[in-house]
Design a protein around this ligand. Structure first.
Ligand code: G3H
Ligand code: 13P
Ligand code: ZN
Length: 336
């Protein structure tokens, strides 16, 4: 199966009332972990690479690894998505490289830190939509900004500083024609999202529901959606790590989101935690080992477990074979 359009995967998810996890990758083992989890659970997948991932791995490695994935797992529809594109040129280069979906995050300026104006956001996003749709490629936009900056991306403030305004979201979708819309409801990237289990005061699910009511036909995206489970934190700390106590987004809140229009759920941190914990364990328990396979295998297995669990929890499990993927050429014609 070739790489597929994210729009088609999300349209199908909307029909079936489920969500699809979008998992970040930087290397072969992370792609393998996702594909194995997808096979086990029979799930369609969205695999995403950030600008940092593209510079770490190089596009050609990423593209060929993704092509290997679709060749080895022909029963799984796979979307290759650019996470947090910071400008038209970044999105254009991703389309040229073969990504089937891009995020134009115009909620921030090109530095990925400074909140932008509504007008700027509309302008750059609209430009990316025109370029991408002509190629059958999906576009995710963002309105409102996430909190946090620890991974180098974000406004560097509390997740509550720039929540999405529901009326602006309606206007933004109308003016840009995006396929999917990322919204800010109090989450942040990284491990340190909340200092205690989130409540309605810190995680604004009511805001999400309000946006969904105004935009019932739009695929909503939740960023910063790692749950930061305590058991994964504990493994890291047990084997010499130093994570401060922290809380993520509870899975039941994500499931509430899925009932209210959320179709794409971004998860990176949980997998980073699983990988780090597994590697620390090998290093601590068998310090004589130095073959990278001795720690990369358990790391890959630990990530696979997390991804398979999320695929079941988000509801995408069992849906890999529901539909015949369209070619990007067919999708491009439909956009016209
Ligand atoms: O946007 C956040 C993702 O976790 C990707 O992080 O930019 O460090 O690759 P990154
Ligand atoms: P987490 O840091 O919560 O995993 O969020 C990842 C993300 O939103 C990537 O765009
Ligand atoms: Zn994000």
């Amino acid at each position: 199966m070739a790489l597929v359009s994210m729009r088609q995967v999300l349209d199908e998810a909307a029909k079936g009332g489920y969500g699809v996890g979008a998992f970040n990758v930087n290397n072969m083992e992370q792609i393998q972990a996702i594909m194995e989890a997808a096979r086990e659970t029979k799930s369609p997948v969205i695999i995403q690479a950030s600008r940092g991932a593209r510079s770490y791995a190089q596009d050609r490695y990423l593209v060929h690894l993704m092509q290997a994935a679709v060749e080895l797992y022909p029963e799984i529809p796979v979307v290759m998505h650019l996470d947090h594109g910071n400008g038209v040129a970044t999105c254009k280069s991703a389309v040229e490289q073969g990504f089937t979906s891009v995020m134009m995050d115009g909620s921030l300026m090109e530095d990925g830190k400074t909140p932008s104006s509504f007008e700027y956001n509309v302008k750059v996003t609209r430009e990316v939509v025109e370029m991408a749709h002509a190629n059958g490629v999906t576009v995710e936009g963002e309105i409102g900004t996430l909190g946090g900056i620890e991974d180098g991306h974000g406004a560097g403030v509390s997740g509550l500083a720039h929540l999405t305004d529901p009326d602006q979201a309606v206007e933004f979708v109308k003016l840009t024609g995006v396929d999917a819309l990322a919204i800010a409801i109090g989450t942040s990237h990284g491990a340190y999202k909340f200092t205690s289990k989130p409540t309605g005061e810190t995680l604004k699910m009511d805001r999400l529901i309000e946006i969904h009511k105004k935009l019932p036909g739009v695929h909503l995206v939740m960023h910063g959606s790692s749950s930061v489970p305590k058991d994964l934190q504990d493994v890291i700390n047990q084997y010499g790590g130093k994570l401060r106590p922290t809380w993520g987004v509870p899975v039941e809140e994500i499931q509430l989101g899925i009932k209210n229009g959320v179709r794409k759920i971004n998860v990176d941190t949980d997998n980073r935690l699983a990988i780090t914990g597994a590697i620390r364990k090998v290093f601590a328990e068998t310090p004589e080992k130095f073959d990278p396979r001795d720690y990369m295998k358990p790391a890959r297995e630990a990530m696979k477990k997390v991804v398979a669990l999320r695929m079941n929890q988000f509801g995408q499990a069992g849906h890999a074979g529901d539909y015949q993927p369209l070619t990007l050429e067919e999708v491009a014609k439909r956009y016209k």
